[in-house]
Ligand binder design. Structure first.
Ligand code: ADP
Ligand code: MG
Length: 150
């Protein structure tokens, strides 16, 4: 399955969606997240952390650019919001070959980090509590991941 869309009606439902992704994630995977401020990128990542068994509270990495959490896989949580227009190699790409899971919020602002294969998640704010998640799988591993979400 290359594409999958789902609407969640609460923060809890988004956590559950993320949890499924976290449980199915495999070493070296990269999830790209885009969508307006407040869409739910960090909320989805919190669920992913839960699915990976991360105990620590996951918070927005906006001011630190990257935070690292330890679970079944190491979670590299990047927020590229402040990287818009900055075209420099900060060495983050080293993590993309790692055995961990890399989640990049605002990946559009860090095109150099986008690998050939990835799961992209575009989040649209429908109303106060409803969010639409449009997922796109590039690569077989990610297509299988979407199958598991159904
Ligand atoms: N269905 C939903 N899914 C995710 N977040 C939701 C939902 N409904 C309301 N929210 C709220 O929207 C906000 C999303 O914030 P956040 O995840 O930090 O967004 P982003 O990282 O995309 O800027 C949170 O305050 C959350 O409680
Ligand atoms: Mg965020």
């Amino acid at each position: 399955m290359k594409e999958y869309s789902i609407v969640t009606k609460s923060r809890d439902e988004t956590h559950e969606l993320g949890e499924k992704l976290g449980r199915s994630a495999q070493p070296g995977m990269v999830f790209l997240m885009n969508g307006d401020l407040g869409a739910g990128k960090t909320t989805l990542t919190q669920g992913i952390g839960r699915g990976l068994g991360v105990k620590k509270q996951i918070t927005s990495p906006t001011f630190t650019i990257m935070k690292i959490y330890h679970g079944r896989l190491t979670l590299y949580h990047i927020d590229a919001y402040r990287m818009e227009g900055i075209d420099q190699d900060l060495g983050f790409d080293e993590y993309l070959n790692d055995d961990g899971l890399t989640v990049i919020e605002w990946s559009q602002f860090m095109p150099a980090l986008i690998p050939d294969e990835y799961l992209s998640v575009t989040i649209t704010l429908l109303d106060e509590d409803q969010r639409q998640f449009d997922m796109n799988a590039a690569g077989e591993r990610y297509e299988r991941l979407l199958e598991e979400l159904k």
